[in-house]
Ligand binder design. Structure first.
Ligand SMILES: CC(C)(COP(=O)(O)OP(=O)(O)OC[C@H]1O[C@@H](n2cnc3c(N)ncnc32)[C@H](O)[C@@H]1OP(=O)(O)O)[C@@H](O)C(=O)NCCC(=O)NCCS
Length: 185
């Protein structure tokens, strides 16, 4: 994926842009320390702003790496950092990208995750050689599945007992959704 650049994207309500070191406090306050968010993420609740600082330092280093996309999501109306949308996996050989996202619970159910994912899908198909964009969620995370459906991703399968759900400490399935270039056209 030679053109995998985290380019600034603007939508009706949002700006998706590269993270900057001084975003750490907002990332911590609005997303990282929010219990409701980390219920469904592979990462755990941030105990300290230092976690956000370390993460953003890593992202800033990775902006030189053309296999990674890492956007922070800014709500235009208030100029607030409300979430992140990133590539969890990028396969350069086969042009597949797995997307992950997380938004502070104060901003849920306003359509923002859908708006951002749609914009990222458009960007990836228009400006990179990506063939398949996919995302996965644990079945209890109903909102995340809705977001994938609303942007036109299709259910491609159930990955059985693919992770230990940290809320129940039991194995749980992952639902996998994808959109391929042909669907996008
Ligand atoms: C999942 C998440 C990204 C959704 O973000 P969002 O900005 O609220 O998403 P949207 O508003 O664009 O869409 C959410 C949809 O799910 C629906 N929804 C949310 N919770 C629901 C529930 N429990 N049951 C049914 N529908 C639900 C909303 O009504 C909305 O659908 P609608 O537009 O048809 O009304 C957000 O909740 C989040 O960040 N969660 C924590 C991190 C996370 O789970 N990340 C994804 C890991 S796979």
């Amino acid at each position: 994926m030679e053109k995998a650049i985290t380019k600034k994207i603007e939508t009706k309500n949002l700006i998706l842009r590269k993270a900057k070191l001084n975003d750490a406090a907002e990332l911590f306050l609005n997303v990282g320390r929010d219990n409701k968010v980390s219920k469904y993420t592979v990462w755990n609740k941030y105990d300290d702003v230092k976690v956000a600082e370390n993460l953003i330092e890593k992202w800033v280093r990775e902006y030189k790496d053309y296999n990674k996309f890492r956007w922070v999501v800014i709500l235009k109306e208030t100029n607030t950092l409300i979430g992140t949308i990133t590539s969890v996996n990028c396969d350069k050989t086969n042009n597949t990208v797995e997307i992950g996202y997380a938004y502070g619970s104060l901003w849920w159910n306003k359509g923002y995750a859908t708006e951002a994912l749609r914009a990222v899908i458009n960007y990836l198909f228009e400006e990179t050689p990506v063939e398949t964009i996919y995302a996965q969620f644990i079945p209890t995370n109903i909102g995340s599945g809705k977001v994938m459906e609303k942007v036109g991703m299709k259910h491609e399968g159930t990955l059985r007992n693919r992770l230990i759900d940290k809320n129940t400490n039991k194995y749980a399935n992952l639902e996998s959704y994808s959109i391929i270039r042909e669907d996008y056209k």
